[in-house]
Design a protein. Structure first.
Length: 492
C-alpha cells in the first residue's frame, strides 16, 4: 500500500485540480493522501497507478468514484445569512434594482409575467440559497405575476441531499435573529425545518463548475440576474478561476451581477466585468452593451414609487485603471479578506490578499502588517521582519510591528533582541500590559525572579485600572478579570 509520500501523488493532485478546480494546498496534502489511501483500500486497489487510471476513465465506476472522492475533498461549512454586509447589500440595493429592471422589462415587452433568476454556485448544504429565497420572499410577498428561479448547485452530492431536506441545527442560525428563525423554520425532533413555501422556491442539483458546459438552458443556468459564488474560489487555482469567471460572465444577462467573497478574485483579469465598489462589498456586473440599451418604461404604466430600470452601463476600463477612491475601497476589501484568512489559518491565501491590497494602496500600513503576520505564521521570519519594517516606515510609533518582531526574535532564540523590542513597546506605550507580561515570562525563564515579579505586578496594577470586561490585546483576547486571576496565580 502507498504512503502519503508516494511520488505519484502530485500527478493525482493535478488530475483532481483539472477535473474539479480544487487546488490541493501543501498543508492539506498529508490529510488528502490519507483519504485517497482509504478509498484505495475500500476498492482493494494495490497501487496509486490503478487508482489514477480509474479516475481518468469514463466508465460508470469512474463516475461513482469521483462522487465518493469529491465528498471527502469538499466537506464544507455554511450558515444562514452569512456575511451580514453582503446580505444587506443584496436586500437593500441589488435585489430591488433587479426587481425594478425586470418589472420594467415586463411592461416594455408586454409579457404576462416578470422573471427573476438567481444561482447559488457552490451552495454547500443550502443555507445560502434559502437565505436568498427568504430575501426574495420579503421583497415580493405576492408573486402571482412572477416566474422565480433560485438554483443551488454543488459538486458534492452529499451536501445537495442535505440541502434538499432543508433541516438545520441551531449552529446554522448563529447570526440569525430568533424572530426570523421562528418565522421561516419549524422546530422538529431532528432540527429546524424550513417552511415549505420557501423550500419550494429553490431547486438543488449537483454541478461541476469546471466540467459542466455553461450556459446550460436545459438546467435554466442562463440569462441569470444574479450569481452568488462565495468562499469557493479560495480553493481554486488561478487558471480554474479564470475558466469559471468566463462561464459566469456568459451565464449572466447583460446587467446581471456576480457576488463573490470579499477578495477572492485577487490578481484575476476582470476587464469583462464592471466592478462596483460599495461599503458592504465589491460586486461585479456584466456590462450592458451601448448598442443594446435597457428597456424604457412608459411613465404612465410605471408602478407607484417604483424606480425605472437601470440606465445602460457602458463598457468600462480594466480594474487596474480604476480611480483612486475605488483603489482604496478595493484595498479595504482585500484587507478584510486577509484578516479572515489569517484567523482561519489559511496563510498562503492571506498573503495573496495582502498583495492585492498593497497593489491598490502601496501606503497601507495594515496590508504590510498583515503580510508580516502571515509570513511569521508560515515560519518565513526574514520576510516577516521585512514587512514589519515596511509597516514601521509608514507608522513609526505603532507598537503592533514591534510585538510581532519580538515574537519572531523569541522564536529564533534571540532573547536579548526580544527584550529590547518589548522595552521599546513599553517606552512607546507605558500601559502596554502584554509587553510587561511577555517580559515577565522571559525573566522567569532566565530565573531572574525579581524582574519577573516586577513586570507582573506592574501588569496587575494596570489591569486593575480598566474595566473587568476589557479584553487585553496580544493576550488571546482574555478579559481583564481573567488575566488578573491568572497573574495572581503566577505570583503566588
Amino acid at each position: 500500500m502507498i504512503s502519503h509520500q508516494d511520488e505519484s501523488l502530485p500527478a493525482l493532485f493535478q488530475l483532481i485540480a483539472l477535473r474539479t478546480g480544487l487546488q490541493i494546498r501543501s498543508q492539506d496534502q498529508t490529510n488528502i493522501s490519507k483519504k485517497i489511501i482509504t478509498r484505495m483500500q475500500t476498492l482493494k486497489l494495490s497501487n496509486l497507478t490503478q487508482y489514477h487510471s480509474l479516475l481518468e476513465g469514463s466508465s460508470p465506476q469512474s463516475d461513482r468514484e469521483w462522487q465518493e472522492l469529491v465528498v471527502l475533498l469538499t466537506i464544507g461549512e455554511s450558515y444562514l445569512f452569512r456575511d451580514q454586509g453582503q446580505i444587506d447589500l443584496l436586500k437593500n440595493k441589488i435585489l430591488p434594482e433587479i426587481i425594478s429592471y425586470q418589472r420594467g422589462l415586463k411592461v416594455q415587452q408586454g409579457k404576462p409575467r416578470a422573471s427573476l433568476k438567481i444561482w447559488s454556485a457552490g451552495c454547500s448544504t443550502g443555507e445560502e440559497a434559502y437565505s436568498l429565497a427568504i430575501l426574495v420572499n420579503e421583497l415580493l410577498p405576492t408573486r402571482n405575476d412572477w416566474d422565480i428561479t433560485i438554483l443551488g448547485t454543488d459538486i458534492n452530492s452529499e451536501v445537495i441531499r442535505k440541502a434538499q431536506q432543508g433541516i438545520y441545527s441551531s449552529w446554522s442560525f448563529r447570526t440569525v435573529s430568533t424572530e426570523l428563525q421562528q418565522q421561516h423554520f419549524a422546530q422538529t425532533k431532528v432540527g429546524w425545518e424550513i417552511d415549505l413555501k420557501i423550500r419550494q422556491m429553490v431547486k438543488f442539483s449537483t454541478g461541476n463548475l469546471i466540467q459542466d458546459q455553461l450556459p446550460n438552458s436545459l438546467a435554466n443556468i442562463c440569462d441569470l440576474d444574479l450569481i452568488l459564488c462565495r468562499n469557493v474560489f479560495i480553493y481554486f487555482n488561478a487558471a480554474a478561476i479564470a475558466t469559471v469567471l468566463t462561464k459566469f460572465h456568459n451565464c449572466l444577462r447583460p446587467g446581471g451581477y456576480l457576488m463573490t467573497g470579499h477578495a477572492e478574485l485577487c490578481n484575476q483579469e476582470l476587464s469583462q466585468f464592471h466592478a462596483q465598489i460599495l461599503p458592504e462589498s465589491i460586486i461585479y456586473q456584466r456590462p450592458i452593451p451601448i448598442a443594446a440599451p435597457a428597456p424604457k418604461v412608459n411613465q404612465s404604466e410605471q408602478p407607484l414609487n417604483q424606480a425605472l430600470p437601470p440606465e445602460p452601463t457602458p463598457q468600462r476600463s480594466p480594474i487596474s485603471l480604476i480611480p483612486e477612491k475605488t483603489q482604496v475601497a478595493l484595498c479595504q476589501a482585500a484587507l478584510s479578506q486577509a484578516e479572515k484568512l489569517l484567523k482561519e489559518g489559511i496563510y498562503t491565501l492571506a498573503l495573496q490578499a495582502t498583495s492585492q491590497a498593497i497593489r491598490h494602496d502601496p501606503n497601507s500600513f495594515d496590508a504590510y502588517y498583515l503580510a508580516a503576520q502571515a509570513h511569521a505564521n508560515l515560519g518565513q521570519y526574514q520576510k516577516a521582519q521585512d514587512f514589519c519594517q515596511q509597516a514601521l516606515s509608514l507608522e513609526t510609533l505603532s507598537v503592533k510591528p514591534y510585538y510581532l518582531l519580538a515574537k519572531v526574535a523569541e522564536e529564533q532564540g534571540n532573547i536579548e533582541l526580544a527584550k529590547s523590542l518589548l522595552r521599546k513597546i513599553i517606552y512607546l506605550d507605558p500601559k502596554a500590559i502584554a509587553a510587561y507580561l511577555d517580559l515577565g515570562a522571559i525573566h522567569e525563564r532566565e530565573n531572574d525572579l525579581v524582574r519577573c515579579r516586577k513586570m507582573r505586578n506592574t501588569a496587575l496594577e494596570l489591569l486593575r485600572q480598566v474595566s473587568p470586561n476589557t479584553t487585553v490585546e496580544y493576550q488571546e483576547q482574555l478579559a481583564a478579570r481573567d488575566l488578573i486571576l491568572y497573574i495572581k496565580k503566577l505570583l503566588h
